[in-house]
Ligand binder design. Sequence first.
Ligand code: GRF
Length: 191
Amino acid sequence: MTSVKAAVFASGTGSNFQAMMEAEDLACEIVFLVCDKQEATVIEKAAKNKIPTFIFNPKAYPSKAAYEKQMVQKLQESGVTWIFLAGYMRIVGPTLLHAFERKIVNIHPSLLPAFPGKDAINQAFQSKVKTTGVTVHFIDEGIDTGPIIAQESVAILPGDTEETLKQRIQKVEHTLYPKVINQLLQRTSNF
Ligand code: GRF
């Protein structure tokens, strides 16, 4: 078992979380899932994989800084050194960012800097571009603006619907994210 401990943050379906669980050679141990939505399907996926989940309700805290402070404490107590966002629908604030500087990574379904923010697949589809894709990047204080680590393009085909395009993008995500995580951990462990 690897000694690098990571947490995944997700708010939705969790197909990327599941892909990490199924990756044979993932170079880190996912020690818990952080989720801000009680009803998110990713919680069931974590339970099936026996991964503890920290579910929080942002409205129960006076501020983002307050819930992130509690998160940082939990993450540090568990020995977490990397955070992988996988459909986490909140902007990460300075409290978490500063505690895990250059250790928070996100996956986004477009070729950034094109189509940042919500509904990136729909934005690309509506804009009639011929190519979109997937970006893995570090998080900074902006929305999908952090330094890019890796990208893979996905063609938008003449017969595509938004749904068929989404399926192809997600297929790419599920192999790209674990691969990039491994490269990143290998690279940083050499320092
Ligand atoms: C993915 O498309 C990811 O790029 C974006 O949110 C989506 C999450 O999907 N940030 P899932 O919950 O992993 O299925």
